[in-house]
Design a protein around this ligand. Structure first.
Ligand SMILES: [Zn+2]
Length: 397
């Protein structure tokens, strides 16, 4: 009985995924592509139509017999909430099932919120409520809430086990959000939700083996194989930023020395610049604290040689890290996303040169290196996609 149910779910998943990605499509075509019988497809598609997930949009071109009925996925049947909990910024979006953003709330994270996770989550709950209220006003049901968060997430317990960015340990994020909302809630590490977003709705749509790097204040990554996120044995895979590249290098937030993150991240770039500005004694201490990686790129453009050196070194270390990931994983696409990619025009060719120089000959010869399409909303879109993915995998139930 259990096997029969699993088979039905797998069939429903195949059919809904075809209608979602290849629609408008007729039942004969679905039969050809899935190998299922027409009566089985009739039954499944009728259920989807009843559930309001699929609709008929009239008759398509005939290839001889009766004109076929064309079916399409109703992309706005439900809205989904996507949440990106970051160290500096919290982003909450309301999106439809085609990845289109309907509404967005963005706020800066306060120090009080970092010190007190409960306050942070209370603030997030308010932002989510505003999106739900908006959806209710226009009569759209909400499918669920997807959460992306920096740090290591325990999938089963839905807890933020450790985050170097926040300095949090064992924060029960999902449990706390459930006190506010009676909706399905899913959570994943935000580098992984970013990768999922780019795979479903962005740069990685046509690729099956993606290494997605989040190059921002910190550095993280996620690996997608055949469209699924690689978890690792304990669920902590993808800590790309903490590969050691210099054994006695600068101290990293994780406690080790010489990590890629301590050499190449936005935080590392800004820290090195502040050190130089201090030596130059040219700026008030308070102003110096506000210097971020974006400013270092600006200084470089203005001809500051030391800023330029910091940037080239950071880019070189990133190139070495990516070359290593190509040797190790053999992906067919590298997607770079995150704040540092705003300045890609400056460093793209040097980054590619460095990757070429350090990549093993004949490894990853066909890999494409590209930049994310979803910008600063990638993690939130991917978080909402966790909920959509669950719906599809359960065959629309
Ligand atoms: Zn580290």
């Amino acid at each position: 009985m259990k096997n029969k149910q699993m088979l039905l779910t797998a069939n429903k998943e195949a059919v809904i995924e075809l209608i979602r990605t290849k629609g408008p499509i007729n039942r004969a075509m679905i039969a050809r592509l899935t190998g299922l019988s027409i009566p089985t497809i009739m039954k499944i598609t009728d259920d989807f139509i009843q559930a309001g997930l699929v609709r008929s949009i009239g008759k398509g071109e005939s290839t001889g017999g009766k004109k076929p009925d064309m079916l399409e996925f109703i992309e706005d049947a439900y809205y989904i909430i996507g949440v990106d909990l970051g160290r500096h910024r919290k982003n909450v979006i309301l999106m439809d099932m085609a990845g289109r953003i309907i509404k967005r709330n963005q706020e800066i994270v306060s120090e009080d919120e970092i010190q007190n996770p409960q306050v942070y989550i209370e603030g997030i709950a308010k932002m989510i409520s505003a999106c739900i209220k908006y959806a209710e006003e226009i009569g759209k049901p909400i499918l669920g809430i997807g959460v992306g968060i920096a740090g290591i997430v325990d999938e089963q317990k839905q807890v933020n086990v450790f985050s170097a960015d926040f300095g949090w340990n064992n924060v029960k994020v999902v449990q706390q959000l459930k006190e506010y909302f009676d909706l399905p809630i899913a959570m994943e590490n935000s580098n992984r939700t970013m990768a999922l977003g780019e795979k479903w709705f962005g740069a990685g749509k046509d690729c099956n083996y993606i290494f997605c790097v989040n190059w921002g204040y910190g550095i993280g990554a996620a690996i997608l194989e055949e469209g699924s996120l690689l978890q690792g044995y304990n669920g902590s895979s993808g800590e790309f930023g903490h590969l050691t590249l210099e054994k006695d290098g600068p101290l990293c937030d994780c406690g080790n020395r010489g990590c890629l993150e301590a050499l190449s991240s936005g935080n590392a770039i800004a820290k090195q610049m502040r050190k130089i500005l201090r030596q130059r004694n040219c700026m008030a201490e308070a102003d110096m604290e506000n210097v971020q990686a974006d400013d270092v790129f600006t200084f470089m453009k203005q001809g500051d040689k030391e800023a330029e050196k910091i940037i080239w070194e950071a880019v070189e270390y990133m190139g070495i890290g990516i070359a290593g990931s190509i040797n190790l994983l053999d992906p067919n696409m590298i997607v770079l996303s995150g704040g540092i990619t705003k300045s890609k025009e400056i460093y793209h060719s040097y980054l590619m040169e460095t990757i070429e120089k350090h990549r093993m000959r004949n490894a990853g010869t066909k890999v494409k290196v590209c930049y994310g399409h979803l910008g600063e909303n990638a993690s939130a879109i991917g978080a909402a996609t966790l909920i959509l993915k669950n719906l599809i995998e359960k065959g629309g139930n």
